[in-house]
Design a protein. Structure first.
Length: 361
């Protein structure tokens, strides 16, 4: 299934992806705590263009944690297909949501917990039905794929849309709409995954004794990767500083996964080798993830009280049911004497009318 070592490569890639999700999920919390400390001190916020977070050790701890996670993610892409590694990023959503409710006092209601569960289930389905990418075993074959017209069009669209989001939409809507900065991170992130995949192939060839250092493609991919990661870090900091962590993390995951799936499908032609049941499984898994993210985002501020549950699920359902029955019996007893009283009233009025007629005669 993977590019190295068959089943062994699969398990290595799986383990590295799981470790990556844990480290990346924790990095969001450390960065957010560092940004909050700067805010309490009255320093210039990252959302307003400030860079005071560079002097905060918690932020650097979060960056180091993210670096370890990204390194594990880098290695996972070298051993397993991108469509196996990327969906496992949903675990970082779960880690971030749990840690944010514990250390940042950000409430995670029932809807959020259900959303996390749906994200995990959807990721599992996507992993089971992951499409098989074409075998890319050398930088020469990677260079041929990078020259494909479809990938060139995709890369140009990503760069143009990112520039529009940064210079046009960012100044207007960046402070009020979470999608602006997260879309930049996701779009650029899809290109960084391609660079990571190419560098992973280069490292394999280097360890096998091939003169990879003389190949210009490896250095070009390295420079592009550094630029992409720098852009992602910058705009992810902006999004985290302005918006809630439990909102930024799942939305970033959905958009990033979508962009990576599109990039991998175009670059490695994965969908051409999939059967119908795997296509349906992949789409169903992704839609399940999107449903979970929707629950996390749309209902994050809605309190969940026991009164919202059906009557038979409420804690005092037995007492309520008994009181309802007693009230119903009491109400029926109250209605029983109404008919006789109404009859007596009508009879008395008839007798009074007869007496008046007799007196008039």
């Amino acid at each position: 299934m993977g590019a190295a070592g068959g089943r062994a490569g699969f398990y290595v890639g799986l383990g590295l992806a799981l470790a990556s999700s844990a480290f990346i999920g924790g990095s969001f919390i450390l960065k957010k705590k560092g940004l909050l400390r700067l805010c309490r001190r009255g320093r210039a916020r990252a959302g307003q263009g400030g860079h005071a977070y560079l002097q905060e050790w918690l932020w650097w701890a979060g960056l180091l944690c993210m670096g370890v996670g990204e390194a594990a993610n880098f290695a996972a892409y070298a051993f397993a297909p991108a469509t196996l590694v990327t969906p496992l990023g949903a675990l970082s959503v779960l880690v971030s949501a749990v840690l944010s409710s514990t250390f940042l006092n950000e409430q995670l209601n029932v809807h959020g917990k259900i959303g996390c569960l749906l994200s995990i289930l959807g990721s599992t389905v996507m992993v089971i039905h992951a499409p098989q990418e074409e075998e890319v075993s050398s930088l020469e074959s990677m260079a041929e794929k990078l020259k494909d017209p479809g990938f060139i069009v995709f890369a140009v669209c990503v760069l143009v849309s990112s520039l529009l989001l940064i210079f046009v939409a960012g100044p207007r809507y960046g402070q009020s709409n979470v999608l602006v900065y997260v879309l930049v991170c996701s779009a650029i992130g899809s290109l960084s995954v391609s660079c990571v995949k190419g560098l992973g192939i280069a490292l394999k060839e280097l360890f096998s004794g091939k003169p990879v250092l003389k190949e210009p493609l490896g250095w070009v991919l390295l420079v592009c990767l550094v630029i992409c990661i720098s852009v992602q870090i910058n705009y992810l900091n902006k999004a985290l500083d302005i918006f809630n962590t439990s909102v930024v993390t799942p939305i970033y995951y959905v958009l990033f996964t979508t962009a990576v799936m599109m990039c991998s499908a175009i670059l490695f032609k994965e969908w051409q080798h999939m059967v119908l049941d795997n296509i349906i499984g992949t789409i169903s898994g992704f839609l399940t993830i999107v449903s979970g993210i929707f629950l996390l985002h749309a209902f994050r501020d809605m309190p969940f009280a026991p009164d919202l549950l059906p009557l038979f699920l409420q804690p005092g359902r037995t007492d309520a049911h008994a009181s309802w029955r007693s009230a119903d019996r009491h109400q029926s007893c109250q209605h029983q004497p109404l008919l006789p009283s109404e009859d007596k009233g009508s009879q008395s009025t008839e007798e009074e009318e007869e007496e008046e007629e007799g007196e008039s005669v």
